[in-house]
Design a protein around this ligand. Sequence first.
Ligand code: PEP
Ligand code: MG
Length: 641
Amino acid sequence: MRKTEPKAAPRPRVAKVAPASAQAPTPPCDGAGLRPTVAVKGPPQPPAPKPPPAERRFQGLPVGAGIAVGPAYLIEDQTPTLEHRPIPADGVEAELARLDEAISKSRRQLGKLRAQLAMLPAEGQAELEPLIDAYMQMIGPSRLLRGARKRVEALVSAETAVTEETEALAAAVLAVQDRDRAGIKRRAEEIREIGRRLIRNLTETPFQSFAKLAQGTVLVMDHLRPADAALLSPARLAGVVTEEGGTDGHTAVMLRALGIPAVLGAPGVTTAIHRGDLLVLDGGEGTVTVHPSPATMAAARRSSASFARERQKLAQLRRLPAETTDGQSVELMSNLEVPLELPLIAQAGVEGIGLFRSEFMFMNRAQLPDEGEQTEVYRAAVEAMGGDPVTIRVLDWGGEKEIEALQVAGIAEEMAGLNPALGLRGIRMLLRYPELLETQLSAIIRASHFGPVRVLLPMVTTIDEVRATREIYQKVARRLRRRGEAMPERLPPIGIMIETPAAALSADALALEADFFAIGTNDLTMYAMAADRADADVAKLYDPLHPGLLRLVQFTVEASLRLRKPVSVCGEMAANPKLTPLLLGLGLRSLSMNASAVPRVKQVVRSVSIADCARLARRVMEQTEPAGIRGLVEEFAAKLS
Ligand code: PEP
Ligand code: MG
């Protein structure tokens, strides 16, 4: 338990121990106790130069390969500036409920942060634990919260109450006459920090601005939403580090697609790193080093150069076929998150787009895109691919993918169920709002006039969902024909994502209605393991090498081969070259991944035989534990390199 200030009267119960970042470094020989007692003669000496800050390393989850070196751009606070807002007397109850909700949310966030501390080295834990405890205390039955509630009862909004109470308490702390001025300032800052957290949770600010990001900086944040990641410019940004997030969450997927080196789920970074601190980020290892020593800098330069050399070597594979040593062709395709990727995809030597995530069109905007706008976007992709198929997935809203346009359309509020990942996500939401689906299907059919297109449905669990979608599809096609729109004689095929365990285990039944399957191993792993793909706390559980997940993949592939339905994998497993032999061994011949992953996967395809891969898969499927599977996969990969 933390100690509190002895004379508690005007002072809130706040922390006594500061985070390392706020404590002045102790100079080696300059403490008061070591001051010389005899006067030193001679001219006054210039002050000794400050020792450079010591190097510190943080471990997070490796998300994007590549090394980044650059100054930190810490975005600490997205709290909006708020006006004093009075409320009517009959609004008090609702306002108190909002405040309570924000308090519970803040508690959950802090609880999560504390749990993540276990991943830090002991020294880091000792620094951060007292600080988080202090925050926890303030977010418990504290004077701050009592004061904020009283203010709401005196007829102001929850935001106004929190802002004004926080400021009043911080001012009271700062007014205390205490010799430890630094300690006083720290305590006031801790109160303000809790106030900011509450305000952030009260007002969800949808649009993030990265306009001030200087060229070559490394963005450091608590949490980066997928929609915000979509706004980042790979040309400006050197890398991204966050405290929260998982390796296969949508933020991670987006960052990989943009080719931005990134480390997510690195606890402690926002507290220890300050704006301008020099950072070395290794997206392959998942490490972030602040104040790198000359040796670390030299190593980073070497790694960066060898990364670039390898990229160049791999680029030479572009024109070579993806064919195994025993002559089996493997279809390699690309995923697309944002249109920015199109030129890269068109040059990646792929045979089409295996997953066009249409969510980007609905992000960071206030209006839903209409049929004309959508048609243009799809048409651009179809034309860029010059005759190779483009698999357009209809909107997969839900889970962690927050989409502003749907909030404006009033859909998001209504759909925000108890657990968005298990609620009206993907095709479920589209069938509830068929006008959204109709607009999108119309646009896709119109774009298919310009080249081969396939339609993909997300989050399917039942055969009825596919049937209902087909009916809408036919209706939309009839309407387009009546309108005299140019469209192909044969409508594009309709396939489904296999990303729920129920869909995987009924793939044979779904094959009766679906024209093809795309296995979404990201969600399939999440739902099979009951572990959120974006949650660093359960990152260890979220394991695509669990036998349970592999059996779901195996069942799906066997059913589709038996029933002659094309099947591919488009989750992040497809992008991991170490897993390529296993996927081929399980019978897959089509993989879709972010464009930058294609060369490495192609290199592996070209160096294995299907016979060896099948042997590996048989041994893997006999294993009972992920560790055994990982061992076999690594052993196979080591023989290739
Ligand atoms: C998946 O779930 O594996 C997938 C490819 O879809 P998304 O990552 O967009 O949910
Ligand atoms: Mg998915």
